[in-house]
Design a protein. Structure first.
Length: 596
């Protein structure tokens, strides 16, 4: 009788997919046992329960409650005696709901307060039937009953009255279970053992296109019923903070007094927020550290306000007290599930979706742009589309294709523009050079310090450059570069002659490093010295062929020498033959390098 589980198993036995079942169970366990079990235990418990459900699907009705809910009831029944009167009141309210009896205004207030405080668990949302669990009582409401209750209290999937969130819930939202669970643990009241006086601030940070805003919106719709209000503030321009707060006040129905100044009205809105909590404030696109420090956070920090920021930058000063949630690209499983929303099995096999996701680096924005394009091009196969993505930024699907269809987050539908916003924030010249050079290295692979030193030998300057790029989401921790950002960096280099000259110098220095490292390996016998360089030498050699063939030949030759020393003879031969072809083209067939 658990609606989320029933929904996930709706097509049994024709199709058995346990992912949604496991996610529903994980959410229930985390909600009620998050302070008792570790995240690893919650994940394992959800997986075991899901497998048990699969085995017992023939007797699902008699199996679900004893196995899944008994532990929830035990925890509820062990609560302190001080809550006994409240629990008796909640049990009476749930009995009224089960009998389809109307609730009095007093009962509605009790239920609403219990929902916000987490003293009542609701599984399901406004689009389906729901199950409500209290200390010693469980009531299952049909979709019609849930709809009737929806007009009296806020249920999951709805926002509290007076909320302002101009973005619709995205029906294609996929995965992100772990980040949502972490946000719920941090932001939902009561917080950390009920210490309501704590100020709670979360920041979702990551590269452009990774889905930061989408995650914040999904959190608001999934958990907004646990707050007095949900209020959206677009802070891409921090100077408009008062205007954004005033818009939230108007959505609340807080009337302006005739002749009242904007500053006074904003102060009244803030007073209401701080007096009647908890409230969730979504601060979208906040990138300005100075504005956050001096204007925004001092005005909005309060124990009744839960602040959730989205930003590209990760380098927030520690003294601001932000709890940073780094958001990375989709996992392969999430990528496949997301693309499947656009492309049914009859249109593309799993292997096709996996190849497309790999080409696009599992970046949610790129996957969304590709999915919507293929959905509107029914005669184009995934394989044909991949052949046309030789330069991802040149394909129309990645550059504002059919903008009239809009974006769930009202953001750009242009991959180049999305990356350019982050690039435009890079101030240091060493950081700008480093980012472009990283485009010629192996993506998603830690870059060793010996390569980074070819950009800036001074450790302080190097640290500043890496820190700036990681902080802006242009490099990953490690550091490493996302494959699409690497393509973007190479495209930037090709647009400026000065940058191309700098890249040639960098590639030549990289070839010198490769040769010197081979010499060191010969001297010491320590083959591990070359291992961190190997993927980057291979990537740089491939990219250098068009830009600097002479250096490309040196890089391939160095790689072949190392692979030969490792007894990888097929790999060494392939590298040597590639170096030979380049040297023949550069020097002619009679040059000593070719003879050697």
């Amino acid at each position: 009788t658990l609606p989320p589980v029933q929904a996930a198993l709706a097509e049994l036995p024709e199709a058995m997919g346990l992912d949604d079942v496991e996610a529903a169970l994980r959410e229930a366990l985390a909600h009620d046992l998050g302070r008792v079990l570790t995240p690893a235990q919650i994940d394992r418990g959800a997986r075991l329960y899901a497998e048990a459900l699969q085995a017992a699907v023939g007797t699902l009705q008699g199996f679900t409650l004893p196995v899944v809910l008994q532990i929830l009831l035990q925890v509820r029944q062990e609560q302190r005696e001080g809550f006994a009167a409240l629990h008796r009141q909640l049990e009476r309210i749930l009995e009224l709901l089960a009998a389809q009896q109307p609730l009095s205004p007093e009962d509605r207030d009790v239920l609403r307060t219990a929902l916000i405080a987490g003293q009542v668990v609701v599984l399901g949302d406004v689009s389906r039937s729901v199950i409500i669990i209290s200390s010693g009582n469980i009531v299952s409401l049909t979709a019609d009953q849930a709809q009737a209750l929806r007009g009296q209290v806020t249920l999951p999937g709805d926002l509290p009255p007076g909320s302002r969130l101009p973005l619709l819930r995205n029906a294609l939202f996929t995965g992100r279970d772990a980040p949502l669970r972490r946000l719920a643990e941090a932001l939902l009241p009561p917080h950390r053992g009920g210490q309501e006086a704590l100020v709670v601030t979360q920041a979702i940070a990551g590269m452009g296109g990774v889905g930061k805003t989408q995650l914040a919106v999904e959190f608001a719709y999934r958990y907004g019923y646990r707050f007095r209000g949900v209020h959206w503030l677009d802070l891409s321009n921090p100077d408009l903070l008062d205007e954004q707060i005033a818009a939230c006040g108007e959505a609340m129905g807080l009337r302006r007094i005739e002749g009242e100044k904007q500053a006074d009205y904003v102060a009244r809105v803030l007073n209401v927020w701080k007096a009647e909590g908890p409230r969730l404030l979504l601060l979208d696109g906040l990138e300005d550290i100075e504005a956050a420090q001096k204007t925004i956070l001092p005005r909005l920090r309060h124990s009744n306000l839960r602040l959730l920021l989205t930003a590209r930058r990760r380098d927030w000063p520690p003294y601001l007290g932000l709890d940073i949630l780094p958001l990375d690209e989709f996992t392969p499983e999430e990528s496949r599930a997301f693309l499947r929303r656009y492309l049914p099995p009859a249109r593309a096999a799993d292997s096709d979706l996996d190849a497309l996701a790999e080409r696009l680096g599992h970046l949610p924005l790129a996957l969304d742009l590709a999915g919507r394009y293929l959905h509107r091009q029914p005669y184009l196969t995934v394989g044909e589309y991949l052949q046309r993505l030789e330069n991802v930024f040149d394909h129309p699907s990645m550059r504002d294709w059919q903008p009239e269809y809009g974006s769930p987050t009202q953001h750009d539908l242009n991959l180049w523009t999305t990356f350019e916003l982050s690039w435009g924030q890079v101030k240091g010249e060493d950081a700008r050079r480093l980012f472009i050079f990283c485009g010629f290295l192996a993506p998603n692979t830690p870059i060793p310090e010996s390569i980074l030193r070819r950009v800036a030998d001074d450790p302080e300057a190097l640290g500043e450059a890496v820190g700036e790029l990681v902080g802006l989401g242009l490099l990953k921790e490690g550091p490493a570069i996302h494959p699409l950002l690497a393509e973007f960096a190479r495209a930037l280099a090709s647009t400026l002659k000065r940058r191309e000259e700098e890249v040639r110098s960098f590639l030549s220095a990289l070839a010198d490093l490769a040769v010197a490292t081979n010499d060191e390996v010969d001297r010491t016998g320590n083959y591990a010295l070359y291992a961190p360089l190997l993927p980057h030498i291979r990537a740089a050699a491939g990219h250098a062929e068009a830009l600097d063939p002479l250096t490309a030949g040196r890089l391939w030759n160095s790689l072949g020498y190392h692979l030969h020393a490792l007894a990888d003879y097929p790999g060494a031969r392939a590298a040597y033959e590639r170096a030979l072809r380049i040297d023949e083209a550069v020097f002619g067939p009679d040059h000593p390098n070719v003879a050697i």
